[in-house]
Structures are given as C-alpha cells and as structure tokens.
Design a protein around this ligand. Structure first.
Ligand SMILES: Cc1cc2nc3c(=O)[nH]c(=O)nc-3n(C[C@H](O)[C@H](O)[C@H](O)COP(=O)(O)OP(=O)(O)OC[C@H]3O[C@@H](n4cnc5c(N)ncnc54)[C@H](O)[C@@H]3O)c2cc1C
Length: 582
C-alpha cells in the first residue's frame, strides 16, 4: 500500500508503535535494533509531538555518589503513591540514558568546565536537572527521531489510530485500525505487538499547557475494550502557565531564581513553604497560587493571576538561559520577562495516571494478569513513577527509559510468536462509526461541546475538588456523552477532514474524563495533585493504593492495586512530606 506521498508501507509488521514522541521513537529504535520490522503511526509529524515542547530539563544524578537522593526526592514528591521499584529503576538508569543522549548528539548546555549543566527544579534536594537552554525536549526528540530514521524505522504521519484489534477471549492485541487523515479512510494494520505511546491528555481542561494532539485517544480506546486505567484522578496543574492561554512558562524560570509575587508585592510562598519557597513540589505551589487568587490577592484585570518575576536576574542572563520562555511570554501575552513580571496561573499540565503497565511496559488486563502483545510507554502509561505528583524533569526521563525498555520487551515477545491475522472486516465498526457521522442529522456543535467539557472539568475537577462538584461533573459528562452522539458534521469532505478527527477526539476526551471523575470521587483523601476540600488529609490507612477504573457497557467500576513500597505504611505516615532543601 502507498501513503499520501506515494511511498510504500507495510500493513503487517512485527512491532507497531502508536505515537512518535520521545517514548514512541525510542521504543521503535529498540525494536528496530532487535532486527524487527517496525512501523510508527502518528497523527502529527514526529517533531510536532508534545515532547518537543518540554522546556526545563531531564533529571539525572550524574555527578552524585549514588542515585538514592533522586529516588527519595521522587518518592516524597509523589506523596508516597509511586511504586518504589519503578522509581529506583528510573533513577538508577538516568545517568546512563542522559550520557547516551549526549553521545548521540543531544546538545546539552555545559558548565565552564565542560560538564553537563544542571539546574534546580522543584521538590529536589540537589541540582539534578540537565538541560539544553529551555529547549530540552526538542533536542532530545530530534536526537531520538534522527536515530530512528537512520535505522530505517518507518513512520506514517497524519494517521489517526481509532481502535485496537483485541481478542478478548485470548487476551491478545494484534493490530490497530487507523484513519488516514488525508483521505478519511480507516485501514487495518496487523502486528505481533502493539506499543501505545500517545502522550498526555491535558486537553480536557480549559487552561492547559498541552499540544492539540494530547487528547488521550489510547486511554479511551483501552477503556472501551474493558481494560483498566490507573490513578486517573491525579492530574497535575503546573503553577506557571501564561494567564491567558495556559502556555507553559517552565519551572526553569523558578529554578533559575524567579519569584512569585501577589498583588501586595509579597513573595507569598513564605507563608506556604518557607524552606523551599518557589521550588516546593508543583502541587503545593499551584494550590498556594490558587489560594492567593481566591483570597483576592490576584493580579491582572480580572485578578485571576499572579506575577512571576525573573527580571532581577538581569536581561542578559534571562536571554541566555530562558530565551524561549521570553519569546512565548512576548508573543502570547506581550509581556517581557527581561523587563518585569509576567502574569501566570496554574495550568493543566501532566497526567500521572494512565494505562497500567509493569516495568517492561506490559499492559494490565486486571490487577493480576497482562494482555498479550500490548504495551504502553511514556505519558499515556502509568508505571507508576510519579504517584500522586510528578517532579519536574522526571517525565522526559520516564519517556526515554520506559520507551526503550518497552521496545526491548516487545521485541522479546515477538520473537516467539506467529502473527495472528487481521482482516478488513476488523475495521467494520470504525467504518460504521464514520459513516454514521457523515450521515448524522444531529444539531449539536463540536465547538460548543468541547468548550463545555473543558470549562466544567476545570471548574469541578480542578485544583480543589469536593463531592458536590464531582457529582455534578459526573452528571455533566453523562449528558455530554449523549449530546456527542447528536453532533453534526459540518464539513463532509473526504480530504483532511479535521472536523471529523476532532469529533472522534472529543468522544475520547469525554470517556477518559469520566474515568478521572470516577477516581476523584472515590478517593476520599487529599494526596499530591488530588485535593479534596471535604477530605483535606492524606489517609494512608485506606488510600495508600492505586485505583483501577474499568468500563463495561458504558458503566464504570473500580478496583485497586497495592502500592509497591519498601517502607511500611507506619513509616510513611511518620515521614513528613516537607523535606528541607540542602
Ligand atoms: C509544555 C510542556 C513542557 C514540559 N516540560 C517538561 C520538562 O521540562 N521536563 C520533563 O521531564 N517533562 C516535561 N514535560 C512533560 C513531557 O514533555 C512529556 O510527558 C513527554 O514528552 C511525553 O512524551 P510521550 O512520548 O509520552 O508523548 P508525546 O511527546 O506527547 O507524543 C505523543 C505522540 O502520540 C501521537 N498520537 C496521539 N494520539 C494518537 C492517535 N490517536 N493516533 C496516532 N498517533 C497519536 C502524537 O502524534 C505524538 O506523536 C512537559 C510537558 C509540556 C506539555
């Protein structure tokens, strides 16, 4: 078969990767290096994946005696919900993978002695975040993509995956159905192993820092197959998004010495975290900012933001270390970081939860079993290294390490098995759905429904939550789902029908949002990014466990997974989350 540009591509491969961000590219590299035919499907060009937007850096204890400090900070940052074995692996592997990226040509910033430069990031006791100015993700992704191209990995871009081929009886995945955005046709791709690496799902919220592609498709696809999602209630709100658009002003700004200031001109973090101030973990800083705004000490015309000021560092320093942040603030808010403060507010940023996997990226069928031939890595997966709250700089690291491990694990599985054939009838459900949309006589508008979803999610499932708001949102989502079925497709063309794609994406956003709300309603405690006004304390006796959400005939149900922890619950309860910075 040929793609839009006439190039030939295979419809049956050993390893099929969905997503071409950092995790997808590195999974593909590992599978290809194992000698397997590897194909990557992606809805945007690989270098437009959200990984390229990562600004601040990637953590690695490269110049420390050991990696235990990194692991301890990550566990404390996660509010103890992360799995200790996964965290220890992440931190132990970090120096090796950063050295590999460096050797492969990633241009990390250097100190005057020629070492890889590291900056301070929130929740960490040491300078551990390696960076390439404020374009770290772009540099890492370019390096990974170039490597994949050199090895001969095939990429099909502008292909939108809308279904998974999954044999429930055998518990085995054997391919996907993807929609060719160029000609609106669904096509079956057959594979021995499928790796999902579709990134985050922040687009369900109104103010968010995520790329337009981050609509969590794979999560809803998995949920609709009766497979679980893990810890969905934990959505990270980054403290510093631009007030208007939510576009990220990286933690690097505070890491380099930026201040947060309220309308009274005070560095208010003194009241919330006197030791670490602006460099406390993200959940704490975001709630502090929101509390200041709610107390009437916000700035800007609507008093709905706070000032972030780096101008005291000097224009030359800002321009040298944070050039992209300056450009973003100038371009999107007409405010100059070199000249004075910019207005910021918390923005939905990162998804700690996702598709539950083990350390090799194998997707869970339930608490005890795994799906054959299905893997997930990167932000769409939950391994769980971030628990209830991710530390900045740990997620590029997760994508690199678990992307590679997952590719290797898929390669091991593929070597021993035969391809389970797929047929064009496997796409019949997708075809029916598309033709129903083309012929729909409904009157609902895509734009209105999406805005309603984003506004109500931000209002009811945002930084502060309670039972009444969450129940209301459950009701809103049930209604939105019904309205989605009555959407009208205004553009009926068969070429680059982005409206069709956005309708399908909205359907996915509604489904995984239901999982976020179900998890948040059930978890009657406050932990990390999940803060319940009606249950403001952490409750380790009941809630030191991961939640698993299933969907069966449109009904959601919950189950739980134990947290892998080398400490006893009692020790954890006695350990204060407030650690002194050293
Ligand atoms: C603004 C911003 C700044 C950040 N800064 C940092 C930082 O400094 N340090 C850090 O550690 N982390 C940072 N993060 C987080 C980090 O960048 C991401 O978690 C990580 O890059 C995710 O990589 P990924 O490969 O899992 O997904 P992505 O890079 O998001 O890639 C997802 C891929 O999936 C494809 N895809 C999605 N759905 C489909 C579909 N249905 N069909 C086909 N293809 C599909 C997309 O086309 C894309 O190629 C930041 C995040 C943001 C939003």
């Amino acid at each position: 078969m040929r793609d839009t540009y006439g190039a030939v591509y295979p419809r049956a491969v050993d390893v099929l990767v969905v997503g071409a961000g950092l995790a997808g590219c590195l999974a593909a590299v590992a599978a290809k290096e194992a000698g397997l035919e590897t194909l990557v499907l992606t809805k945007v060009h690989p270098l437009r994946s959200h990984s390229c937007a990562a600004q601040g850096g990637i953590n690695a204890a490269i110049y420390e005696a050991d990696t235990s400090g990194h692991a301890d900070d990550t566990m404390a940052g996660s509010d103890w919900l992360a799995d200790r074995n996964a965290v220890e692996l992440l931190c132990a592997e970090a120096p090796r993978v950063v050295a590999n990226l460096d050797a492969a040509g990633a241009l990390f910033s250097r100190t005057s002695e020629g070492r890889i430069a590291q900056r301070a990031f929130g929740g960490q006791g040491k300078l551990r975040t390696c960076y390439a100015k404020d374009r770290t993700g772009l540099v890492c992704l370019q390096t990974a993509f170039e490597k994949a191209c050199r090895l001969g990995v095939k990429f099909l871009e502008e292909w939108y995956v809308l279904d998974l081929l999954y044999d429930r009886r055998e518990g085995r995945a054997y391919g996907v159905v993807a929609y060719d955005i160029w000609n609106s046709k669904p096509v079956v791709f057959n594979a021995k192993a499928v790796i999902l690496a579709t990134g985050g799902y922040g687009r369900a919220f109104k103010r968010n820092s995520n790329a337009h592609a981050n609509t969590g498709d794979a999560l809803s696809i998995v949920l609709r197959k009766g497979l679980p999602l893990e810890d969905m209630e934990f959505v990270q709100f980054h403290p510093t998004g631009l007030a208007g658009s939510g576009i990220l002003i990286s933690e690097a700004a505070r890491g380099e010495g930026g201040y947060l200031i309220n309308s009274e001109g005070k560095r208010f973090m003194k009241e919330y975290e006197p030791n670490r101030m602006e460099l406390a973990p993200r959940d704490i800083v975001s709630r502090a900012i929101q509390s200041e705004i709610l107390a009437g000490r916000g700035v800007g015309p609507k008093k709905d933001s706070i000032f972030l000021d780096v101008s005291q560092l000097g224009a030359a320093y800002v321009q040298q270390k944070l050039p992209e942040l300056r450009e973003l603030a100038l371009c999107f808010q007409n405010e100059d970081l070199c000249q004075g403060p910019v207005r910021i507010a918390p923005t939905a940023h990162y998804s700690m939860g996702g598709i539950p996997v083990d350390l090799d990226g194998r997707v869970r069928k339930n608490a005890n079993e795994f799906v054959h031939g299905l893997y997930a890595a990167g932000e769409c997966a939950c391994v769980s290294v971030h628990g209830a709250n991710r530390l900045g700089g740990n997620s590029l690291l997760e994508a690199v390490i678990f992307g590679e491990r997952t590719g290797l694990a898929a390669a091991r599985w593929v070597k021993d098995i035969e391809l389970r054939p797929a047929y064009s009838r496997d796409s019949s459900q997708a075809k029916d759905e598309l033709s129903a949309l083309y012929n729909s006589s409904g009157m609902e508008s895509l734009g209105q429904l999406r805005t309603r979803l984003q506004e109500t999610m931000t209002k009811n499932v945002g930084l502060f939550r309670d039972k009444a708001g969450l129940e209301l949102q459950k009701w809103n989502l049930a209604r939105l789902k019904k309205r989605w079925a009555k959407l009208r497709l205004c553009d009926c063309s068969r070429r680059f029908n982005t409206e069709m794609q956005e309708i399908l994406e909205l359907g996915h956003m509604i489904d995984y949002s239901r999982a976020i709300v179900a998890g948040a309603l059930a978890r009657e405690e406050s932990r990390g990014a999940h803060y319940r006004l009606d249950f403001p304390k952490r409750d380790d006796t009941v809630w030191l466990r991961h939640s698993l959400i299933y969907m069966d005939h449109d009904e959601l149900s919950l189950d739980y997974l134990p947290v892998f922890s080398s400490k006893t619950t009692m020790e954890i309860r006695e350990t204060s989350r407030v650690r002194k910075s050293t």
